[in-house]
Design a protein around this ligand. Structure first.
Ligand code: PMP
Length: 436
């Protein structure tokens, strides 16, 4: 009988070779393009820029028949598309060519002022629009941070695991990325202290601590409120600037969000925000709230990269914040992601073999699985594809070298029934690896 599951498995079987090829191609492009005389012209920095493992599996994830638990795309279907179309047309009608012209390098005052309202909802009531720099997403804000603060060889501490895009950005600046271990409640302050002391004793210059305190990508973990101030204090004592990346904060499923690290520490925290997860990522509008004494340098570095943030997109976001129920939209997103997270956790409870553990996020997009020590999840990716499911192996998310017994599942873009089916397919793959 051709049940839906059997059909999907058959599709997965016929696809697997192609899919594995796609993965191979992605790696080949990243690591082994044919030699060319221009290779001699390449910077050492360029050699450090790697293709992200998430991008590697992205191509595969698109294949029909596979359940992709790999990509952490926001689910945008609940946006009022028709109305947004009318707004876009009205912006051109009202602002004319100004909407298509260059603008100020820091971003419009109107949007910077509105962003301060968004940050008030995130727990920062006192932000000054003067210290906000609008960027092409939080991604470019991270890039500017590395550019402003880091010379080659300087250390950036990253909570482990961490966002793969940040790792890639920092490595491109020839930074020495160093992991700081966390647990189910985020960075462990005593380990941070030890790590800083050890690196300083080895003569290293530590510049930044990059952290995602709310619903970390990939782990889904939220930094415990009682650890937050201690972490900033440790960094302040060591003269390390904290880079707090908070794109998921407003997506806490319910309850009160703990105060951001920036809230009580305006001098010691560079705070990064984004409309990618609370509105739409394709607009590429994010921001940095910069300590006042660093604002000028940060702003000039940002301007040197992009000249100015996109004028039209800023107008669209401004109109959205002015005229739409943006908080209502965030509530819709929260409810949707909570439903999906609940479905994924229920499926894990139902299907996962003994020996596998996972996080239970209170917000965001991701669940992080841990297999027994000694199992490398990278080769399991291929087995997963054969079984019709795609995930991202854990090694991609660590500044530490070597294999990882972890893997990331993203629930944001997948309907509940497919989440269950994906986990049902994944379970035997992991069970076989554990039994081997
Ligand atoms: N930071 C984190 C933790 C992320 O997960 C992502 C994207 N998934 C980004 C930054 C990049 O977001 P943006 O679209 O704002 O550049």
């Amino acid at each position: 009988m051709n049940t839906p599951a059997a059909g999907a498995n058959a599709a997965a079987e016929t696809l697997s070779e192609e899919a594995v090829d796609a993965l191979g191609r992605a790696h080949a492009t990243a690591t082994a393009t044919p030699p060319h005389r221009h290779d001699a012209l390449l910077s050492e920095r360029a050699a450090n820029i790697k293709q992200s493992a998430v991008r590697d599996v992205f191509e595969i994830s698109m294949q029909p028949g596979l359940v992709s638990l790999a990509g952490g795309n926001p689910y945008l279907q609940s946006l009022p598309l028709e109305r947004l179309g009318a707004t876009a047309a009205a912006i051109i009608a009202e602002h004319g060519l100004e909407a298509l012209q260059y603008g100020g390098g820091q971003g419009t005052l109107e949007l910077r002022t509105q962003i301060c309202e968004v940050m008030a909802a995130e727990g920062i009531p006192d932000a000054d629009p003067e210290n906000v720099v609008i960027t092409a997403g939080s991604q470019s804000a991270q890039d500017v941070a590395a550019k402003v603060f880091c010379n080659p060889g300087d250390v950036i501490l990253l909570e482990d695991p961490t966002y793969v895009g940040a790792l890639n950005t920092f490595e491109a600046y020839e930074v020495d990325v160093q992991p700081v271990a966390g647990d189910g409640h985020g960075i462990i302050p005593s380990l941070l202290r030890e790590r800083i002391a050890a690196l300083q004793a080895a003569g290293k210059r530590i510049k930044l601590l990059y952290t995602i305190p709310n619903f970390n990508n990939p782990s889904g973990v939220m930094l415990a409120p009682e650890r937050r101030q201690e972490i900033v204090d440790i960094c302040r004592e060591a003269n390390i600037l904290v880079v707090e990346d908070n794109p998921y904060g407003l997506l806490k499923f319910d309850g009160v969000l703990p105060a951001p690290l920036r809230a009580a520490n305006p001098e010691d925290v560079l705070y990064l925000g984004s409309f990618s997860k609370i509105f739409a990522p394709g607009l590429r509008i994010g921001w940095a709230l910069v300590p006042a004494h660093l604002k000028q340098r940060y702003y000039l570095a940002s301007e040197a990269v992009t000249l100015c943030p996109p004028t039209f997109n800023q107008m669209l976001v401004s109109d959205y914040l002015r005229n739409y129920d943006w908080m209502g939209q965030i509530s819709t997103y929260r409810k949707l992601y909570e439903e999906r997270c609940t479905a994924l956790l229920a499926a894990l409870d139902e299907f996962m073999p003994d020996g596998v553990t996972w996080t239970r996020p209170e917000g965001g997009f991701f669940v992080w699985l841990t297999l027994p020590e000694g199992i490398d999840t990278y080769p399991l990716l291929y087995k997963g594809i054969d079984a019709g499911v795609v995930f991202v192996p854990g090694a991609a998310f660590s500044a530490a070298e070597g294999p990882s017994n972890k893997l990331r599942l993203a629930f944001s873009a997948v309907p509940p029934e497919s989440l269950r089916e994906g986990v049902r397919r994944l379970a035997p793959v992991l069970a076989e690896a554990i039994a081997a």
